[in-house]
Design a protein around this ligand. Structure first.
Ligand code: 5AD
Ligand code: SF4
Length: 445
């Protein structure tokens, strides 16, 4: 019998990238292997993102293309299963059934461990989509097959969901309430990955620093405890965690940035806006002074620490003075990387029905101004790296033979002409050139 092939297209955040890898693990236990193109796949999966309208709409155009592929393959006598997974399913299952009735199954981000059952049901229920958008009582992590290290850098989801209910955000509705994995489960996974060659672990969660997993005695432990345990794993060189919520950065966590040499000097800590009026309307539990205080504490703990952030412009009610406050905070913190977005109205969230929506034209103007400023700091930081020697973890092949791409401690992408024997190794590199988005360098010594 011919082996079956799968193709997964992933949208959105790092958590979705992680979920897609786990979906691939499940499919491989079912005898599937990866296809290079959707046309070569018996099973096409879209792992979707609902955070902004653009990402969610893109799925529907991709589904149209997948339907054409399904028809072309049918003419060649081949069956194709089309599945939609992730946050769009949780929020828009009825829309999917209406706008893409040819979809064979749809399942939310918390139920993808049920994929084997779902695929079996499709065989029995031809012509009816199988839809699973339950918030299950069981944790998917208890049912997933083991993941394996691919070398350099591995992700571990330690926490999922969010209880913060920022008024613009769909996450609490699509990923559900906060839930932390037990300490021992995370440590077992981390030790296994390191024994297989992982040098860097990135702990993932929507609100990763509100982690409160139970240890083996049933005692709740925080992220700082988990970081200290993970830092003891022999052979592990680097630790990162993302994404954090400013109000949940406690003193224990700050101390880790002083004590743990493996903890990288780069932290993604979304602020969203510099205006206290807007932060309040967003239901964030911090104002701009709180944020600056947290950054100061972290940088006192580790003076090398540099910050990255997320911003939203054009939130309902944002006027010129509010926007100026956002520019002011950028000038104070000098973020070395950032993601910035125009506010996108998401059905079902409180901000979507606020009366004072900002015009699209104004949002665009503000985004352009903010991005120019953010990029100027990113470029300055990159340019200041030229001439320095930095340890780089090379975990990707570049476009041409001999070229590898890696990450500096500050998450800068660095390209180097260096033999492929250095793939998945940490190498000291002298930075020779910088652009806004990346560095180039040569092996030192
Ligand atoms: N509109 C624009 N950006 C949003 N984000 C979340 N929800 C929205 C929205 N409705 C941004 C926030 C968050 C990042 C992951 O996406 O900046 O930190
Ligand atoms: Fe969304 Fe706010 Fe939770 Fe982040 S903290 S996932 S922005 S609700």
């Amino acid at each position: 019998m011919n082996k079956k092939h799968y193709y997964i297209k992933t949208f959105g955040c790092q958590m979705n990238v992680y979920d897609s890898e786990r979906i691939a693990n499940i499919l491989e236990t079912l005898g599937y292997s990866p296809a290079n193109t959707p046309k070569a796949a018996d099973l096409i999966i879209f792992n979707t993102c609902h955070i902004r309208e653009k990402a969610a709409e893109k799925v529907f155009s991709d589904l149209g293309r997948a339907y054409n592929i399904k028809q072309e393959r049918a003419e060649e006598g081949k069956d194709t299963i089309i599945g939609v997974m992730g946050c769009v399913v949780q929020a828009e299952d009825e829309q999917i059934a209406k706008r893409a009735p040819f979809v064979d199954f749809a399942t939310g981000p918390l139920t993808y461990h049920r994929l084997p059952e779902i695929l079996a049901k499709i065989g029995r229920k031809k012509g009816h989509p199988v839809i699973d958008t339950e918030f299950p009582v069981e944790s998917k992590f208890d049912f997933l097959p083991e993941n394996h290290s691919t070398g350099g850098c591995s992700y571990i989801a330690i926490q999922e969901g969010c209880n913060n209910f920022c008024t613009y955000c769909v996450v609490p509705y699509t990923r559900g309430v906060e839930c932390s994995r037990p300490v021992e489960d995370v440590l077992t996974e981390a030790k296994r990955l390191v024994s297989e060659g992982t040098l860097e672990i990135n702990l993932l969660g929507q609100n990763v620093n509100s982690y409160h997993g139970e240890d083996k005695n049933g005692k709740e432990r925080n992220l700082a405890y988990l970081l200290r345990e993970i830092a003891q794993i022999d052979g592990l060189q680097r630790i990162r965690y993302t994404t954090s919520y400013p109000a949940d950065v406690d003193d224990d966590l700050v101390a880790c940035h002083h004590d743990l040499k493996q903890l990288m000097p780069y932290l993604h800590l979304p602020i969203q806006s510099g205006s206290d009026k807007i932060l309040k309307a967003m239901n964030r539990r911090h104002n701009s002074a709180d944020y600056l205080r947290v950054v100061e504490k972290l940088q006192n703990a580790n003076p090398d620490l540099r910050m990255s952030s997320d911003f939203i412009v054009g939130f309902p009610g944002e006027d010129d003075a509010d926007f100026q406050a956002t520019l002011d905070i950028v000038n104070q913190v000098k973020f070395i990387q950032a993601f910035s977005f125009k506010y996108s109205r998401r059905a079902g969230t409180p901000a979507a029905v606020m009366k004072n929506q900002v015009e699209e034209k104004v949002k665009k103007e503000r985004l352009d101004i903010l991005q120019d400023l953010l990029f100027s700091y990113q470029r300055k930081f990159n340019e200041a790296s030229v001439g320095k020697v930095m340890p780089v973890l090379f975990d990707m092949k570049g476009r041409h033979a001999g070229q590898l791409i890696g990450r500096t401690p500050y998450m800068q992408n660095l390209h180097a002409e260096i033999g492929k024997e250095f793939l998945n190794k940490i190498v000291n590199v002298k930075v020779t050139e910088a652009t806004t988005n990346s560095l180039s360098g040569i092996k030192e010594g």
